[in-house]
Design a protein around this ligand. Sequence first.
Ligand code: NAP
Ligand code: ZN
Ligand code: ZN
Length: 352
Amino acid sequence: MQTRAYAAQSSTSPLAPHTIERREAGDRDVVIDILYCGVCHSDLHAARGEWDGIRYPCVPGHEIVGRVSAVGRGVRRLAPGTIVAVGCMVDSCRSCEACKLGLEQYCDGPHGFTQTYNGWVKGDGENTYGGYSRTIVVDEHFVLTVKHDATQLAAVAPLLCAGITTWSPLRHWGAGPGKTVGIVGIGGLGHMGVKLARALEAHVVAFTTSPAKGKEALKLGADEVVVSTNAADMSQRAGTCDFILDTVSASHDLDTYVKLLKRDGTLTLVGAPATAHPSPAIFNLLLRRRSIAGSAIGGIRETQEMLDFCADRKIVSEIEMIGMAEIEKAYARLLRGDVRYRFVIDMRTLAA
Ligand code: NAP
Ligand code: ZN
Ligand code: ZN
């Protein structure tokens, strides 16, 4: 079936209207009428070809909330009318050890996991197209359910990437009572990291390069805010953090943050800049047995856990709603750090 979308035709062309073909629903497929799609910095990295292997046309979007419009014959869990969500993955091998553990994002199958956009359908070369579109067809295993109030659905969309990408490492590295957790970069991911670390009852320190975000970060749930360009304030925090989550979208010096870790502390990178960070200084790491790690999105089971946790506590993203045609202006503002804190596209502004 054909569906309207917005696509970049090359790394230098602005996103513009485009028509894509979606597969007809198979037995286990769910057809979703997309209501809202969040705008992740990854969408911008991909559309502009900042990462290797981007194929065009590129239809970004992996923070999707919508309503089921049809289901395949084998689908029991979902029915037309149900509000559902789709994140960064739409397929995986389902049988490797990682998949069995619910960690599909680390799938060891022959093709790894299939990204919602710029993914290889069953590894055969066909491109996948994301949520900047009116309709998507997804295997039910990769379709999440949403328990939030109907009035919050737009602000739920960013949980599907910004939420899970911060939740998964916070849980894995044990953010909780008695732990001091630093969140670096208070953008789409970072502001969710602050909210979730606070909800997990950690002591939360927000690190920002934007002094203007200071008071807002406290309102989001940070116990303390440090402007990371202030060297004196940074050196005062040396050796104080159990865990630091770095969400920064640009290459930067990691040593500044490694030094803030306690013995055995971990700095986990989730930001995925186009160019690598400068190599970290070795002595900061070995003298206190500190680690630098990475983390990718999160599995389907933990995404549902995070959505349910957030629904129980009424946690959503701070958003600014835009129409589909405003996407290029939104990207320009994202690059300037001028977003509080996630753009969400009202997909009904894209003609069916
Ligand atoms: P975003 O909303 O643009 O936030 C990034 C934040 O980084 C900015 O708000 C800013 O925070 C800080 N920052 C930006 N440029 C900086 C610079 N030159 N120096 C220092 N700080 C800077 O982006 P996002 O959507 O949260 O995504 C963040 C990164 O995570 C992107 O690279 C994205 O591709 C990646 N990502 C990774 C995964 C994964 O699975 N690992 C998933 C989703 C996204 P302050 O103003 O507070 O300093
Ligand atoms: Zn994302
Ligand atoms: Zn697998």
